[in-house]
Design a protein around this ligand. Structure first.
Ligand code: SF4
Ligand code: SF4
Length: 316
């Protein structure tokens, strides 16, 4: 399944689209459905949780749509410790007043009976913001890069999420990653953490030790729920900063990306290789994905396909 030369060729085409199933999403049924639907709709690049279960789910999805071939690519997401993408939440039932506000606002339907399903939770923190009494707290999920070495050899790309200003932790994880993986690495940098100068300096330091990379300019992580220009502004601005530096590798945008992103990139004359869609892409097909008869109900699947295809065609 290693075909990184093809992936690089794809990235150079400059109208790439990546669907983010959720770096911390362990709802493997959802991953299979998202990959099946969006690959059928024309997307060729998928970003998933770094686990064999998630990879198998993505492969099942690609097989369902007859897209398990050399022209479709899978990326595994990992993170430095304390990265925002690798949190999950839990409810303290001694404080919870059973109002159900969190349940109704969770984009992953992860909350039931005042418990959070760890597999479904992606750590977006919406429930924490909504809870009026501070009954929800987050905790970090950590993975050992060395133990993932065999899994890395099965995919086309590994993405390292960097959202900490702990430079020692960044260098430690980077060193572990390049010691255990020799394919394409996507560096996902969080705009909120670093200054412009520091971002470029850090990136140039990393690339000196390993050159087979792309960069994902993460404007505001996991914020693409609203479909407006302001939501996508930080991602576009961050890509502009990187593009105007001496960085020459492929650049993707993420974090607040939505159906307005391509237009805003064009209006601002920001030239990127691709757009990664997470929250927004999942939200528009959620009512179909959540159905248990997703694969069996052909009429409903076709409706979902039309929604996904319109989105992919608009965003390419
Ligand atoms: S929003 Fe807070 S108080 Fe309400 S059900 Fe959720 S955890 Fe409990
Ligand atoms: S709202 Fe976000 S953080 Fe809270 S349970 Fe749902 S997915 Fe997890």
């Amino acid at each position: 399944m290693v075909k990184s030369i093809n992936l690089k060729e794809y990235l150079c085409a400059k109208n790439c689209l990546k669907i983010i199933c959720g770096a911390n999403n362990e709802n493997f049924v959802e991953i299979e459905k998202l990959v099946a639907l969006y690959s059928m709709a024309g997307c060729r690049f998928f970003d998933i949780n770094a686990s064999i279960e998630a990879l198998n789910a993505a492969i099942r999805g690609l097989k369902y749509s007859n897209c398990f071939d050399d022209e479709h690519f899978i990326c595994l997401s990992i993170g430095v410790d304390y990265d925002i993408h690798f949190k999950k939440c839990k409810i303290n039932n001694e404080i919870c007043t059973k109002c159900e506000i969190c349940k109704n606002s969770c984009p992953q339907n992860a909350i039931n009976n005042f418990e959070i399903d760890e597999k479904k939770c992606i750590g977006c923190s919406i429930c924490i913001e909504k809870c009026h009494c501070g009954a929800i707290e987050s905790y970090q999920v950590k993975k050992n890069i060395t133990q993932l070495k065999d899994l890395f050899s099965l995919v086309d790309c590994v993405e390292l999420h960097i959202s900490t200003d702990d430079i020692n932790e960044i260098k430690l994880k980077w060193s572990e990653l390049i010691s255990n993986y020799d394919g394409l690495i996507s560096i996902c940098m969080n705009r909120a953490i670093f200054s412009e100068d520091f971002t470029i300096k850090l990136f140039n330091e990393l690339i000196q030790s390993y050159s087979n990379i792309m960069i994902q300019a993460d404007g505001k992580p996991m914020s693409g729920i609203n479909n407006d220009y302001n939501t996508t502004l930080q991602a576009v601005a961050f890509a502009d900063i990187l593009r105007k530096s001496n960085i020459t590798c492929p650049i993707f945008v993420s974090g607040g990306t939505n159906s307005k992103t391509k237009e805003l990139l064009k209006l601002c004359s920001v030239d990127v290789n691709g757009i990664s869609f997470g929250s927004c892409a999942r939200k528009i097909v959620k009512k179909y994905i959540d159905r248990e008869d997703f694969f069996e109900n052909k009429q409903m699947f076709n409706e979902a396909y039309i929604v996904a295809k319109d989105f992919v065609d608009m965003c390419k």
